[in-house]
Design a binder for this molecule. Structure first.
Ligand SMILES: Nc1ncnc2c1ncn2[C@@H]1O[C@H](COP(=O)(O)OP(=O)(O)OP(=O)(O)O)[C@@H](O)[C@H]1O
Ligand SMILES: [Mg+2]
Length: 285
């Protein structure tokens, strides 16, 4: 199929398939678009392929023994799926990884400086911007990052990503493990970052959070797009409410997607799920 490229898409994921090793097909034929200035949410249960999608976009699949086996990824009218992760960061695609992955033993400010990804020069304006958005990080700039609270660590992970000057910020479950009040603050901060000009692709199991932020949303189920539409429409959709928002469906929608169903690849990789719940790690992002 020939795709017509169009300037109204910042990111265009076309028919992407991903496998881990030889046995696990994590994505099959997934297409997702982000418009300039858009906030797009990707919802889905454990193992649906949300993190895999972000890894394919940011170019870090190989670190997990994964690879794209089909499809294309375009950013700003350039094909990027053949590029290494650092090249993609330099082009403006920056990921805040699942589980935050800050450097526990470095200070807050050292973590932020790492986020520059080799951008040289007198960039302390970037630090000032991050401290402006997250005053608490400024107050704690000399403190060991591992001593921060969970919410502060999430802010640090987002702040570190901002240091690379993203045009598209990829967020993997930014609400994970945080108290509702802290989640509200993170949501406000993400809104502000968006208002300042950064498009976002946000992956969440917490559909309420994601649909509150996003203007458009996709539901992934067992490696495929099961639903897509304006966020406002998905918020009102019976299947979404029943499966992801904990709400009551007004009627039985029949062929509703069952993302958690079946002996899909989700059961193969239990370790991944376990690591979600584990303590923050101090290894590389
Ligand atoms: N490194 C890996 N090696 C093998 N299989 C993997 C690996 N990472 C993910 N998988 C498998 O690929 C599928 C998609 O996983 P992925 O982590 O993308 O899901 P997810 O939607 O992010 O789930 P969660 O909500 O638990 O974070 C799952 O079946 C998972 O078991
Ligand atoms: Mg995930």
């Amino acid at each position: 199929m020939t795709e017509v490229r169009s300037g109204d898409r910042l990111l265009s994921v076309r028919h992407v398939a991903v496998r881990y090793g030889d046995a696990v097909t994590a994505l099959r034929d997934v297409s997702v678009d982000v418009r300039p200035g858009g906030i797009v949410a990707v919802l889905g249960s454990n193992g649906a392929g949300k993190s895999t999608l972000l890894r394919a976009i940011s170019g870090v699949l190989a670190r997990q023994a994964g690879r794209m086996t089909g499809g294309e990824i375009w950013f700003d009218d350039a094909r990027v799926d053949g590029l290494g992760a650092e090249r993609r960061v330099k082009s403006g695609i920056v990921q805040v990884p699942e589980g935050r992955r800050i450097f526990q033993r470095l200070t807050v400010e050292e973590n932020l400086r790492v986020g520059r990804y080799g951008r040289k020069g007198k960039r302390d304006g970037d630090l000032d911007r991050v401290y402006g958005l997250f005053p608490v990080l400024g107050e704690r700039r000399g403190r060991t990052a591992g001593l921060l609270s969970g919410g502060e660590q999430q802010m640090l992970a987002i702040g570190r990503a901002l240091m690379a000057e993203p045009r598209l910020l990829l967020l993997d479950e930014p609400s994970l493990g945080l108290a509702p009040k802290i989640i509200d603050r993170i949501v406000d901060l993400l809104r502000e970052i968006h208002r300042q000009g950064t498009a976002m692709l946000i992956v969440e199991q917490n559909a309420a959070v994601a649909l509150e932020l996003a203007d458009y949303a996709y539901v992934l189920a067992v490696g495929e797009v099961a639903m897509a539409g304006p966020a406002a429409r998905l918020r009102g959709d019976d299947r979404v409410r029943r499966l992801y928002l904990g709400g009551e469906a007004e009627q039985d929608p029949g062929g509703a997607p069952r993302p958690e169903a079946g002996a899909g690849p989700g059961e193969v990789y239990a370790e991944h799920t376990a690591s979600n719940a584990g303590p923050m790690r101090g290894d590389a992002p």
